[in-house]
Design a protein around this ligand. Structure first.
Ligand code: UTP
Length: 290
C-alpha cells in the first residue's frame, strides 16, 4: 500500500541577509505579506493538501516561528474580554493542533540539502514534502495539492517547476526533461544554478517538493556542490533512474519573497485583491507608479 504524504519539512535556517536589518533579530519567514507572516501562507498551503505534521529546520533565533503557531493565551483572553471574536478567529487561524510542529537544529548553514537531511529522523521512512516558505505560491488547488496528487499517481518523487527566462537559469535548480509538453515531465537530470548556455531547459525548480525517503541516503554523503554547499538538487538527481522522478509544471502565481522586489510585488498583488484594502491601494498607487 502507498504511504500517504503526512509531513512537510520547512527549512528556515538561512540567515536572510537580503533583508537586513529587518532580519537582524526577526526571521525573514516572519515578514508579513500584507498582514500574515510569509511562513503562514506555506503552512496553510500544506494543510489544504492534507499535511498534518510540520518539521522546521531551524537555526539560532528562530523560535518565534514556533511561537507564532502556538496558542497565545493572554492575547486570546484579552480579545475575548473585549468581545473581539472576529480578531480572535484571525489570531487562532495560526494555531496548529497540539504536537503538529517539531523542530530540529541545523547548527551550520551548510546548504539546503543538509537542512533537509537534518529532518531525517523526524520524517522517518515515508514520502514527505519539502517547502521553502519564502516562495509564496497561489493557486486553486494549491501547488502542494497538485504535487501530492501527482505523487499518488506515479508513486515517486515529484517537484514543482516553472518556466523562467533563459537569462535567469543561474538563479535556480534546472530540470532536464525528455520530450513532452507537460504538465508532468519525466526527469532525466537536474543541475543547480547552470549558466544560461549550459542549462538543459528553462524549467526552474521552485521550492515545492514531494520526495521519497531514499533521498536521505544520498544527502548523507554530504557531497558539496554548487557554491560549496550540500545541494538538495544533487541528492535528488541521484534518485533519477532508480525511482520514478517527475517535474510538475506549476500553473498558478508564485512570488519569491526571499527577494525584496518579489516580496514587495506579493504585498501589492495581495493587497489589491483584498476587499478591505484594494480600493485604497488602487487610489494611491498611480502617485508612485510613474
Ligand atoms: P536562501 O538561498 O534564500 O538563503 O535559502 P537565506 O539565508 O535564507 O537568505 P539570504 O540569501 O541570506 O537573504 C533558501 C531556503 O533554504 C533555507 C533557507 O532558510 C531558505 O528557506 N536554508 C538554506 C537552510 O535552511 N539551510 C541552509 O543551509 C541553506
Amino acid at each position: 500500500m502507498r504511504r500517504r504524504v503526512r509531513t512537510a519539512v520547512l527549512p528556515v535556517a538561512g540567515l536572510g541577509t537580503r533583508f537586513l536589518p529587518a532580519t537582524k533579530v526577526m526571521p525573514k519567514e516572519m515578514l508579513p505579506v500584507v498582514d500574515k507572516p510569509i511562513i503562514q501562507y506555506a503552512i496553510e498551503e500544506a494543510r489544504s493538501a492534507g499535511i498534518e505534521r510540520f518539521v522546521f529546520v531551524n537555526g539560532r533565533g528562530k523560535s518565534m516561528l514556533e511561537d507564532h503557531f502556538d496558542m497565545a493565551y493572554e492575547l486570546n483572553a484579552a480579545l475575548r474580554a473585549r468581545d473581539k471574536m472576529d480578531l480572535l478567529k484571525v489570531a487562532d487561524a495560526a494555531t496548529l493542533p497540539p504536537g503538529a510542529i517539531s523542530s530540529v537544529r541545523q547548527q551550520e548553514p551548510l546548504g539546503l540539502g543538509h537542512a533537509v537531511w537534518c529532518a531525517r529522523d523526524l520524517v522517518g521512512d515515508e514520502p514527505f514534502a519539502v517547502m521553502l516558505p519564502d516562495e509564496l505560491t497561489l493557486s486553486e488547488p494549491s501547488c502542494m495539492a497538485g504535487l501530492i496528487g501527482a505523487h499518488e499517481q506515479t508513486g515517486g518523487n515529484v517537484i514543482s517547476v516553472m518556466d523562467v527566462p533563459r537569462e535567469h537559469t543561474s538563479r535556480y535548480g534546472i530540470l532536464d526533461t525528455g520530450d513532452g509538453e507537460g504538465p508532468l515531465f519525466e526527469a532525466k537530470g537536474m543541475v543547480e544554478k547552470p549558466s544560461p548556455d549550459k542549462a538543459p531547459s528553462t524549467l526552474a525548480i521552485i521550492g515545492r517538493y514531494v520526495l521519497l525517503p531514499e533521498v536521505f541516503e544520498h544527502l548523507a554523503r554530504k557531497e558539496r556542490g554548487a557554491g560549496g554547499e550540500i545541494q538538495l538538487t544533487d541528492g535528488m538527481a541521484r534518485m533519477i533512474g532508480q525511482k520514478p522522478f517527475h517535474g510538475l509544471r506549476f500553473e498558478g502565481r508564485r512570488f519569491d519573497c526571499g527577494d525584496k522586489a518579489g516580496w514587495l510585488e506579493a504585498n501589492l498583488a495581495l493587497a489589491l485583491e483584498r476587499p478591505d484594502l484594494g480600493d485604497s491601494v488602487r487610489s494611491f498607487l498611480p502617485r508612485y507608479a510613474r
